[in-house]
Every structure is written in C-alpha cells, then in structure tokens.
Ligand binder design. Structure first.
Ligand SMILES: [Zn+2]
Length: 381
C-alpha cells in the first residue's frame, strides 16, 4: 500500500546547518547521517513536511539533572532540566534569516524537485505530481519583535506556521521544560505580546503550533485562536507523562476545534518510562496513534516525526524506513482510508483553513465549557 506522508515537524534545516565538517551532509544528496534528506524521503514515501527553523540554546545538554528526593536520594527514572537562558533577539533574527535561506536555496537548486508551499492548493499539487513540499515553520519566535512587524515580513517570505515558544521562556510565552515525569502545567500562560500574536497569525493564515507550550499557554491559544488547534509534534500524556505531551483535556480541545496532533517519534515522548536511550520499537508510535484516534478520532491524528531533532525508535532509523511504520499502523487496525488521513489528509484539512473557520462544534457550549473550565485546576488528569 502506497501512502504518501506529509509530516508535521523536522529539524533538518538546523541539523544540516550545524553539522561539524566531518559530519557534513546536504539535503539533496543521500547521506547515512541524520534522519532526512530528499533521496531518503523518496525511498520512504515522504512527500514533504513542516521544516522548522530553530535557534539553539547553548548548554542545554549539560543542564539535565536527576531529581533528588527529600531523603537526599536520587529518584530512579526522574530528571529535571533547567530552562536555557533567554535568547537575544538579534542573535535569533540573524540565525533565522540565515537558515531560512538554506531552504530557499534547496528549492532553487533542486530543479523543481522541492517546493516551499504557501497554501493547501500548492501542497495538493505537490502531493499529486511528486514534488517534495516544505512548509516553513519557526520553532520559538525569539526572532520576532513584540510589535509583530517582522511577522508580516516573514509571512511575505513564506512563513506559514510558528510555535510561539520552544521549551524556554521568551517575550511571547513560556515553554515546558523537559522534566520527567511532570504535567505540562508548568507556569504562566502567554504574555501580552503572545496574546497579540495569536490573532495576528489568524489574520495572516499562519498556523500557531501548540507543541512546546505549557498548559496555561495552550488554553490561552484555545481561547484566542479562530483556527483549528494543532500540535505538530507531541504525543499522549496518558501514555508517557512528559510535559511535552498532551493531556486528555488538551486532546479533547483539539478535537472540537477540528485540529490535529502530529505524533512525535521521539523515544522519550513515546515510552511510558520516558527513557530516550532504551531500545524502543516503532510500535510505540502506533500505541500513541491508537490512543489519540480512540479518544478524539482518526481525523485528528497525523505524524510529527521530529526527524533530525529527536532520538528515533531503533527500527525507524530514518525517513527511508517510513513504510515499516505504515505497515505497523495497518497492523494496529488502521485501514487504508485512516492511513490516508494520518499520512497527509488531516494536515491538508487544517492547512486549508490556517487562519480560522474551525468546525461548527467550536461555537457550541461543548467547546466553551472545555476551555473556560481551565485555569481553576489547570492541572491535567
Ligand atoms: Zn520541537
């Protein structure tokens, strides 16, 4: 069964840009390094995806510490990660422009094989004719000013999706740290600038990505946004209690908004013990896809690989291995129509209305109740 896949998130731009000389690779040539390049996408049936521009925080890897109990003993299988320092806007802006230019250069030199798409019609044409489609995404908008002037410029350049925060605070909101185990209810919601950013994105037709936002920020977006709610690369908190994952109430809000969850392939967000180093099968991805589909419906399930930004299951080492995931999803009870929705149909649906026009359900009391009851407890179930 040939199922074209459009994927919710990769960090390939950043990985290729930052690879040291001895590990250098490109996007248009096949490599055995990293997870994604055009030839491996072709082999795996990957038709395109959201390409994230992410400005790294220095020193994050060194800040992971075990959790110590009141008895002074380290708790097995629990850890905490300090927030990396805030990024300076000038640094983030220069880096973001520079990395965006890589994507446009790939498009230019690929001879028509790669296209940076700006709407659902362009994506549909690419899916039909085999052109690899990239949607430009910024993960953590430190590059934006709080007057949102740069947002208009980025939009004109092709930006169609952004995550207000990565897992660190910025002028727009507060991300979740990578602690484990922990709920996503980790701090305050969007700042005043963040609350202006959401309707500005709606107006332009830029998706607001909820992955990495804490729970208070999630509910702020749910209240403010006119568009379907999307989490491009997250999993189910009920199965893996990482604050990067979505609680059942968050999943329910995504359902009633007509939105989508891109299931992340990172071992640490899939496994119930959060262990991102243990041997792990891609059937863990199926477990999360099944849980989300059973809770909110298969029309809200998609893929958000996190290729080149995460630790992949051992039997899914790169994009070329994606047919094995499709086979596993089929074995997990998803039929061909389901797989077409998960593969690309659900992403296409939300990209057709990036700035608004949620499902009619959102106007009913169901959605209002779901969103307005947050904040009292705030904490996930
Ligand atoms: Zn991410």
């Amino acid at each position: 069964m040939s199922i074209p896949i459009f994927d919710g998130h990769n960090d390939t731009l950043t990985q290729i840009r930052e690879a040291p000389a001895e590990k250098a690779r490109g996007f248009l040539e096949r490599s055995d390094r990293g997870h994604l390049d055009l030839p491996r996408a072709r082999v795996g049936g990957l038709a395109g995806g959201f390409f994230a521009v992410f400005t790294r925080s220095p020193g994050l890897e060194r800040s992971i510490r075990p959790v110590v109990g009141p008895d002074g003993v380290e708790r097995q299988g629990e850890w905490t990660v300090e927030f990396p320092p805030r990024l300076n806007r000038r640094t983030a802006l220069a880096y973001t422009l520079s990395v965006m230019s890589d994507l446009f250069r790939w498009e230019r030199v690929a001879g028509g094989a790669v296209r940076v798409v700006r709407n659902a019609s362009e994506l549909e044409r690419c899916l039909a004719d085999g052109t690899f489609a990239a949607v430009l995404h910024i993960e953590g908008v430190e590059a934006l000013d709080t007057r949102l002037e740069a947002l208009d410029v980025f939009y004109e350049a092709g930006l169609r999706s952004l995550g207000p925060v990565w897992s660190r605070p910025n002028a727009f909101g507060h991300g979740v740290p990578f602690d484990f185990p922990r709920t996503p209810d980790t701090g305050p919601g969007l700042t005043a600038a963040g609350k202006r950013l959401v309707p500005a994105c709606n107006r332009l037709g830029v998706l607001v990505d909820l992955s990495h936002l804490n729970e208070a920020g999630f509910w702020d977006v749910a209240r403010l946004s006119e568009a379907p709610l999307v989490a491009t690369h997250s999993c189910a908190w009920a199965l893996c209690p990482s604050p990067r994952n979505l609680t059942d109430r968050q999943l329910d809000a995504i359902r009633v908004s007509g939105g989508v969850v891109g299931i992340n392939f990172h071992k640490g967000f899939l496994r119930s013990d959060g262990d991102f180093q243990a041997p792990t099968s891609l059937t863990e991805i199926v477990r999360h896809a099944r849980y989300v589909a059973d809770r909110i419906g298969v029309e809200h399930v998609a893929l958000g690989s996190d290729f080149d930004g995460a630790t992949m299951p051992d039997d899914l080492p790169d994009a070329a291995a994606l047919p094995a995931l499709i086979d596993a999803l089929a074995s997990g009870g998803f039929g061909e129509a389901d797989l077409r929705l998960i593969g690309s149909g659900n992403w296409l649906r939300v990209l057709r209305r990036p700035g608004g026009a949620r499902s009619s359900l959102t106007r009913g009391s169901c959605y209002t109740n779901l969103v307005s009851c947050q904040g009292a407890s705030g904490t996930s179930r």
